[in-house]
Design a protein around this ligand. Structure first.
Ligand code: NZQ
Ligand code: ZN
Length: 387
């Protein structure tokens, strides 16, 4: 295990009715809030009214940035930055899923930066300061409620990049699983796949002796395997929704990566699919992951895959490691199929037209440092397998 400085600074208020703390907690940060939300789901479930009531009770004035897109756009971030400057905003409150929270983070950083917010997307090192961000989570998926990352797109340029650092990590997050009862089957499955992928990106690494982190990761994977199908079939099952929601935060807030050298592999590839075809992030990850696993399986990596197969899928550990590894990858695909995720790019209307440029950009997104280093040609082969 490697050295690390533990710092996860988000205060979490988890469970039924925790929204009752929102007004007081927001007011303790600032009395001038920018409320950021998406296309209207928070109004349909009555959450918008609850938020406004909390703000009123606590004397917090509210400006609004509505209509944040799934795969949030830089153009929307710029609108939010303008409002922050004009209204002298003191806290950016995101109510929604990962896209809304990510947009809020970019707005919060953009408001404290003299140039254009896109500079901060291209170079996280330029983020020195941000307005405080807070979140009310409505979709278990990205973990944005408890991490510093923000993923922002410029669809005109087919660019989608992650940025952020500790100053954009939410100061607090309200997480009531009941707000996720209304999430569609598809988004529930995609969110669950995203949580699994964050866990895989940490789990498949080359650091020796991080035994504890590996067992924590396996626990999260087993949680998703148990509860995602339940939430897909029974959207109002509180136990399932609660387990998925907490897993979403723990998979990416640093808990799994402390003490390890991790560099992500499937996310940079998926971000290219989203940047060119505006697909749902988690669906792209579910699609690509088993192909990536198959591509990197070798005598060198088989040990880790056999560990995964035995500990997560319960495959008989007395079998040959290669047999366990192959069965584990097949189980992974079967699982994603069972919750309704796509398994071929053509199912999402994607062909090989842009493979060359997509592979090049993905490879430049840090793949050389992954569990198995990948270059442009490797990515093209993985995309081709996925056709
Ligand atoms: O826009 P609204 O009306 O809110 O509808 C959303 C949206 O259509 C809907 N939704 C959210 N909560 C709902 C609901 N519908 C009914 N009931 C509810 N309670 O779900 C749709 C998808 O929402 P979105 O926020 O886009 O989903 P998600 O949370 O999966 O976020 C995806 C974005 O996060 C980025 C992805 O790349 C993508 O842009 N990521 C962010 C990360 C981070 N910050 O750490 C890491 C991830 O790897 C990921 O890259
Ligand atoms: Zn993700």
């Amino acid at each position: 295990m490697e050295n690390f400085d533990y710092h996860i600074s988000t205060d979490v208020y988890f469970g039924k009715g925790q929204i009752s703390k929102l007004g007081e907690k927001t007011a303790s940060v600032s009395k001038k809030a920018l409320l950021v939300y998406g296309g209207g789901s928070i109004k349909k479930i009555g959450l918008y009214d609850q938020v406004m009531q909390q703000m009123k009770q606590s004397g917090v004035s509210v400006s609004e940035l509505a209509g944040v897109e799934p795969n949030p756009r830089i153009q929307t971030v710029r609108k939010g930055v303008e409002i922050c400057r004009k209204e002298n905003i003191g806290v950016v409150l995101a109510v929604g899923g990962g896209s809304t929270i990510d947009c809020a983070k970019a707005v919060a950083a953009g408001a404290c930066y003299d140039g254009d917010a896109w500079d901060l997307v291209l170079d996280a090192g330029k983020i020195k300061k941000a307005l405080p961000v807070a979140a009310v989570l409505t979709l278990a998926a990205t973990g944005s409620e408890m991490d510093g990352f923000a993923v922002i797109s410029d669809m005109d340029k087919h660019e989608k990049w992650g940025t952020g650092n500790d100053v954009t990590r939410p100061v607090f997050a309200i997480m009531d699983p009941q707000y996720t009862f209304s999430v569609s089957k598809y988004q529930t499955a995609a969110g669950s796949s995203d949580i699994m992928s964050h866990t895989f990106e940490n789990y498949f690494n080359n650091t020796k002796g991080a035994f504890l982190q590996a067992r924590l990761a396996e626990g999260i994977l087993k949680t998703i395997i148990k509860y995602a199908p339940i939430a897909v079939e029974h959207p109002r099952d509180y136990e399932a929704r609660a387990n998925l929601m907490w897993a979403s935060s723990l998979a990416i807030n640093g808990l799994l990566s402390y003490g390890e050298s991790t560099a992500w592999s499937v996310h940079p590839m998926e971000h290219e699919l989203s940047a060119f075809y505006d697909i749902t992030h988690g669906a792209g990850l579910a699609l690509l992951t088993p192909y990536w696993m198959t591509y990197i399986l070798s005598p060198k990596t088989v040990g880790k895959f056999a560990e995964y197969g035995a500990n997560v899928w319960g495959i008989d550990s007395s079998k040959e490691p290669m047999a366990i590894a192959k069965e584990a990858i097949a189980d992974t695909r079967k699982f994603f199929d069972s919750i309704g995720m796509p398994s071929h790019l053509k199912d999402l209307g994607i062909d090989d037209t842009h493979f060359d440029v997509m592979a090049e950009k993905a490879a430049n997104g840090g793949l050389a440092n992954g569990f198995v280093p990948l270059g442009k040609e490797d990515v093209k082969k993985i995309f081709t397998m996925a056709l």
